[in-house]
Design a binder for this molecule. Structure first.
Ligand code: FES
Ligand code: MG
Length: 579
């Protein structure tokens, strides 16, 4: 055990609960004893909270029930006392209307669980999309030493000898089914083969993007985010998280020493180089604001322009999945390729610098982790657009769309609701051309509600039958990290609060210019003014409960969609509980 750098057991945060000779502490100690613990189990030892997002409705975290035991083993080995606390699971698979509605709830729960309990350090167990930013946001605000344990990607999908990728292949084969190209039996076979083990989506979707970001921020053990969930290395990594967090407590290695301007910038560069999910934008902005780091859309666009996409992992890459990425060397290998661009002096949870943790990293497959001289795409994965349709920004993933959309002009086909749009795209007689621009509004943080992943709007059946598989689509929604296509997302301000997207009409000409980073509707200002005057605000989606609080306090996409009262700028964090 390394108690070298400082902390005396009497100075442990948990000692305030258990050490004093007073009635309050008598109560606390007697309640530990009620659970069968003796003084020797806890005295002088750090209490390590294991914040576990396990749930039987979260297939991505199915193994966390067991992994928590491995973390405990590590904590005990290092002389700590492990305590497991459940927090909301925020699963991507089943949560309606969208898991994004609950990211901030997880963040609040994580922060308050940590603050209100006798915890000296925490292991955060997450991985499925929103669970990473939710846990990290909460733990950053709570401020005790923390380490992030990523769930790891599931195994590659397989059907009839073909590799299947989470999400991406579901969309792809669904279009083939709509075109009448595959049978019901084949469709069922794909269903049974696309998710073969526990773990997160194994494309470079939101889950793998966000765990890569957590590692690049310095919050994971080196290489942890790339280990497949079903690999025994994942079990050993879990125990190692338990051992390491105990040392971090003695070293007083709090997250403010790890999450800095430089580490957030490193994370953004790594995200761009991996071909990250567009969701990374919203989550990076939110995490940065919790870490008191000024980061905005322009910073991300600037990094996107100069960072080549080198992870050849679907959906932005062509051929490979996360399992291949791990065998090719994983995130350490990718970061070693970027070492000239990263700040290698930042401290990570290891207590060592990022540079030190990358020493000896090797690339075992140059086609999966490409050299900078042979990237998948010459720029990073994201571009930020501005224009009269999105004065506060919008994002697009240029690498994941047909290159003819770099510059495009076409008439808008506008829908106010998802059901209305769905009925239209399923109509084989819909009057639509490949140049049309499909638009969905009322799908933003407030309008969705909760900012659903509807942004990869389905291609109209009429075009599918003609062989088209991409068209320009615009919405104030997000899209799944496993999605692809010419989809402009996160249009801000959103239409529900009267953003300019609310004024667009079917037939208006829309112009997209990706190199110029512009998105405009070619409608003159006097006409827009008349439309603005006639616009009627829609009814708020919630009148009570969590949804009501969400609608009152969520910020727009360009601010990260955190609650206004949770960002570091809102005010100082609550002090320690008065016990
Ligand atoms: Fe959990 Fe994709 S559904 S990571
Ligand atoms: Mg997803």
């Amino acid at each position: 055990m390394s108690k070298t750098q400082g902390k005396n057991p009497r100075d442990l945060r948990s000692a305030r609960w258990f050490a004093p000779d007073d009635l309050r502490s008598f109560g606390h100690r007697s309640r530990l004893m009620q659970m069968g613990l003796g003084q020797e189990d806890w005295e002088g030892k750090p209490f390590i909270g294991i914040l576990n997002t396990w749930s039987e409705l979260n297939p991505c975290h199915a193994h966390f029930r067991h992994r928590a035991e491995d973390v405990k083993r590590g904590v005990l080995q290092a002389g700590g006392i492990p305590v497991e606390l459940p927090v909301i699971s925020v699963d991507e698979s089943f949560t309606k209307p969208t898991s994004m509605l609950y990211r901030n709830l997880l963040a609040m729960e994580a922060e308050e669980q940590i603050r209100s309990h006798p915890l000296d350090g925490v292991v955060l167990m997450g991985g499925c999309d929103k669970s990473t930013p939710g846990l990290v946001m909460g733990a950053l605000s709570a401020g005790v030493p923390m380490i992030y344990l990523p769930a790891g990607p599931m195994l590659r999908g397989n059907y009839a000898g073909k590799i299947l990728g989470s999400g991406s292949d579901a969309w792809k084969y669904w279009d083939e089914r709509r075109a009448g190209n595959i049978t019901d039996a084949q469709w069922h076979g794909i269903e049974t083969g696309i998710a073969r083990s526990y773990g997160t989506c194994m494309t470079m979707g939101t889950a793998s993007t966000m765990t890569a970001i957590a590692e690049a921020m310095g919050l994971c053990l080196p290489g942890a985010s790339s280990i497949p969930a079903a690999d025994s290395n994942h079990i050993r990594m879990s125990a190692a998280c338990g051992r390491r967090i105990v040392e971090m407590v003695w070293e007083d290695l709090t997250p403010d020493k790890i999450v800095t301007d430089a580490s957030i910038r490193n994370a953004a560069i790594v995200a761009m180089a991996t071909g990250c999910s567009t969701n990374a934008v919203v989550h990076l902005l939110a995490m940065a604001r919790r870490g008191k780091v000024a980061l905005d859309l322009e910073d991300l666009d600037a990094l996107g322009r100069v960072t080549p996409l080198i992870a050849n992992v679907r959906p932005s890459g062509k051929d490979y999945l996360m399992e291949d990425f791990y065998y090719a060397g994983g995130l350490r290998a990718l970061m070693s390729r970027l070492s000239d661009r990263l700040d290698l002096g930042v401290i990570t949870v290891t207590g060592r610098t990022l540079g030190e943790t990358l020493e000896g990293a090797e690339i075992y497959n140059d086609d999966v982790i490409r050299p900078l001289s042979n990237p998948v795409y010459h720029e990073g994965s994201l571009a930020v657009l501005r224009g009269n349709l999105c004065p506060d920004g919008a994002v697009i993933k240029p690498a994941a769309c047909d290159q003819r959309f770099q510059y495009h002009e076409g008439p808008a086909l506008v829908f106010d609701s998802y059901p209305e749009m769905k009925a239209a795209v399923d109509d084989e007689n819909l009057d639509v051309t490949p140049d049309h621009v499909l638009v969905l509004r009322n799908a933003g943080p407030l309008g969705g509600p909760g900012f659903p992943e509807w942004g990869m709007l389905p291609i109209p059946k009429a075009l599918i039958k003609q062989g088209h598989r991409d068209m320009l689509r615009i919405s104030d929604a997000r899209m799944s990290g496993t999605s692809y296509g010419a989809c402009v997302l996160h249009v801000a301000p959103e239409s529900h609060i009267g953003g300019p997207l609310a004024l667009l009409r079917t037939g208006d000409i829309v112009r997209l210019d990706i190199p110029g980073r512009r998105l405009d509707m070619l409608v003159d200002e006097a006409e827009l003014e008349a439309r603005r005057a006639a616009w009627v605000a829609p009814k708020p989606p919630y009148e009570r409960g969590y949804g009501w609080m969400f609608s009152r306090h969520v910020t727009q996409a360009d601010k990260g969609c955190d609650f206004d009262f949770l960002t570091a700028a809102f005010g100082p964090a609550a002090g320690e509980p008065d016990i």
